[in-house]
Design a binder for this molecule. Sequence first.
Ligand SMILES: O=C(O)CCC(=O)C(=O)O
Length: 208
Amino acid sequence: MEPLAWQDSLFGSDPGREPLSFEGLRHEPLDDRSWIDVVEGWLPDHAALFDELQQTAPWAQRTRRMWEDEVLEPRLVAVYGDVADLPPSLELLRATLSSRYDVAIDSCLVNLYRDGNDAVAWHGDTVRKVLDLPLVFTVSLGARRQFLLRRVEGGPVVRGYTPGEGDLVVMGGRTQHEWVHTVPRDRRASGARMSVTFRHSRPVGTRR
Ligand SMILES: O=C(O)CCC(=O)C(=O)O
């Protein structure tokens, strides 16, 4: 793959910052059943992981059925179905999040938004079909992009974030059932972004 550019912000990386610390965590309820946790700059050295994954991850562009047509998804994805195959850099993130949230994270999918034309449409994650209260963890690498939430039945955007540059966003409670999220197209995006997403298939609190 051609190297992808993303523009480091003047205030982005803070090399003095403790990596993978939850000290600055903000717990932000969406309502009384759903919530978002945010840790800005959770992975200060996000650029190194961006470069590593760009070169080594099993990238694919999937298709999606739209009426009669097969259309290409507007982003690349790399799926690690078996977490035993994770490279050490991703295993460290997985183990840290598993331990903090007391959950057996057992899959990892990385999205690559090559530029502002890449996006993901409004959706709730399919893990909601097997879990009542799923956690979905996202570590953002590279450029910032909008990440928006609205209620599943429709209506306006209720919450917006601009994750990138090592931020951690965790969706919890009933978020996948009662809310939907999107990363919309953005012609002003400053460059490429990756989202490293982690999911689990057994309830929280059943790690062993
Ligand atoms: O890139 C993001 O932050 C969201 C990714 C997402 O919605 C997904 O993988 O289902």
